[in-house]
Write a protein that binds this ligand. Sequence first.
Ligand SMILES: NC(=O)c1ccc[n+]([C@@H]2O[C@H](COP(=O)([O-])OP(=O)(O)OC[C@H]3O[C@@H](n4cnc5c(N)ncnc54)[C@H](OP(=O)(O)O)[C@@H]3O)[C@@H](O)[C@H]2O)c1
Length: 394
Amino acid sequence: MMKQEDRNDGISRRGFLKRAGLLGAALCVNPVLEKATAAERVLTGQGQVVRDIPAGMAAVRELRTLGNGTAAFRVSAMGFGCMGLNHHRSSSPDEAACIRLVREAIERGVTLFDTAESYGYHKNEILTGKALKGYTDRVFVSSKFGHKFVNGVQVKTEEDSTPANIRRVCENSLRNLGVETLGIFYQHRSDPNTPIEVVAETCAELMKEGKILHWGMCEVNTDTIRRAHRVCPVKAIQSEYHFMHRTVEENGVLAACEELGIGFVPYSPLNRGFLTGAINEYTRFDTTNDNRQTLPRFQPEAIRANTRIVEVLNAFGRTRGITAAQVALAWLMNKRAFIVPIPGTTKLSHLEENLRACDIRFTAEEMTEIENAVAAIPVVGSRYDALQESKIQK
Ligand SMILES: NC(=O)c1ccc[n+]([C@@H]2O[C@H](COP(=O)([O-])OP(=O)(O)OC[C@H]3O[C@@H](n4cnc5c(N)ncnc54)[C@H](OP(=O)(O)O)[C@@H]3O)[C@@H](O)[C@H]2O)c1
């Protein structure tokens, strides 16, 4: 049954989105960073003007285009990662505060929100759904499938991208999030037992059924991207990318995205908070709700050594009046016009700080300067443990 909030002049949201995708494609000439057409206004991905944003307010006022061709996807130049609102980032504010924060992000122009089935097995999707209730006609929400769960417990040694599981997750995500269509449905990790062509075919069917608008994959290699893209155009690759993890530059993934016209969504763009300077060797992570304590890079010795990288960002930012977090996010956004980072936070002050990075432009010389300065410092500790790393396509 159609929800009132999702109706648009008698057109169902799903039908509207299908048509909007085609219209968006027609309007989109170039996958480049574009200023909103009217100053101080933000457009949704559907090309509608939503509202004015007061001058001076920390906000994202630009759209970026993920993908190209007949179904380019226009979203705010920075998205919002919802995971840490209640999963894997230690304790967090109560539900009402999280909802208020997400709505602040919406008011400040964010149109892309990111969650996954596996973030607390529906817990994060349900919270995200509550936060987006009443706003789903102006924002998009992405979720992810592919981890294997038995009775709500993740089987960490296996993945499950069988068509039946993709469909099961999709129905759950739609219900949890209170939407009829997911913005992007990502494969969370590749499943060695299910060919990517089968996954792409299943996503193509879900698109035809109007249950997902676009699809993407996380942490896959260029071979998989090309094979998948041939079956059903991939809208975005979501993989880890930040100053301390630049693999996508080296393994050809970023170049393949550029060549094929696929968007890139860097996850953990602040390296799980580390690049902001908010974490030091004495930081204690919640033993029941924070995966950082399991990561080699977040052990005290690694933190101590890697703090030199944060100091480089601080030094670079100091002469420009910007923070380390802003240097990290602005660097990503200046790197390519088809990059849309999705930092997460539980705090309005951090949201404001992060959104202001959207206004920062670096020259080519500045990009080289900061890259060289960071590259001169070896990163200590691997980003994942051996099991997690084994799930990453090389
Ligand atoms: N596809 C995948 O496999 C995958 C994996 C991991 C994450 N993700 C996605 O990526 C999103 C973001 O990732 P993430 O949460 O791992 O990492 P992140 O965005 O790099 O960092 C989030 C952490 O940084 C802190 N933070 C944010 N802005 C800050 C600021 N300006 N100053 C100081 N601290 C700041 C947050 O704490 P406060 O609450 O204190 O601000 C939080 O602990 C997730 O929500 C999820 O949607 C995807």
